[in-house]
Design a protein around this ligand. Structure first.
Ligand SMILES: CC(C)(COP(=O)(O)OP(=O)(O)OC[C@H]1O[C@@H](n2cnc3c(N)ncnc32)[C@H](O)[C@@H]1OP(=O)(O)O)[C@@H](O)C(=O)NCCC(=O)NCCS
Length: 159
């Protein structure tokens, strides 16, 4: 499958909700997504099957003073382990490269080994724990951090 990445639009919200509901024990509501889409300080990216236009994953990021905060990332169950979440995050790093003031941060359930592995592969490191962060089961959150991404170096063309 060829995947196309583009900004999410309001018309994508039903498909977002469908993936969200089978990805999280306490899914975001439609209005939470609509709120993020409306904020100029958020970046909301979707991954689409290029042939059918079907949404297969998404990434929601908010800009704070000192960091880009990964608010939500999910991939449709049938499309997991094909590099889609990785591609969404890499695209985010490209879009925000050169913003030397801001690194990247997120919280992830300490039991979510697959997501932690994904973030580590992309350069995030564990920075601490928020005790009892998740309200459904009082699970701890691992706080992860990645330093700002530099602009790609200008290629040195000297012999
Ligand atoms: C976490 C999630 C977004 C990963 O999406 P994905 O598109 O499957 O991730 P990728 O294919 O880009 O994974 C890249 C790498 O991350 C690691 N990884 C991702 N999911 C993994 C899993 N379930 N188990 C182990 N490693 C995993 C692997 O190293 C993987 O590379 P590999 O497949 O070559 O081994 C997806 O499983 C999901 O939607 N989960 C439910 C929602 C969720 O937990 N979101 C994160 C909340 S913080």
């Amino acid at each position: 499958m060829t995947v196309e990445l583009r900004r999410l639009a309001m018309r994508d919200l039903s498909a977002v909700e469908e993936i969200e509901r089978c990805s999280y024990p306490t899914p975001w509501s439609r209005s939470m997504f609509a709120g993020e889409l409306a904020k100029p300080s958020s970046i909301c990216l979707g991954a689409f099957d290029a042939d059918t236009g079907t949404l297969v994953g998404y990434l929601i990021i908010s800009r704070y003073v000192d960091a880009w905060h990964v608010m939500n990332v999910a991939v449709a169950p049938d499309h997991r382990r094909h590099g889609i979440a990785g591609a969404l995050l890499e695209h985010l790093f490209e879009l925000t490269a050169g913003d030397g003031r801001r690194g990247y941060t997120l919280e992830v359930r300490v039991s979510n080994a697959g997501a932690i592995r994904l973030y580590e592969r992309l350069g995030f490191h564990a920075r601490g724990v928020r005790r009892g962060y998740y309200t459904d089961n009082r699970e701890d959150a691992l706080i992860m951090w990645k330093d700002p991404v530099q602009e790609p170096a200008v290629r040195d063309t000297r012999a």
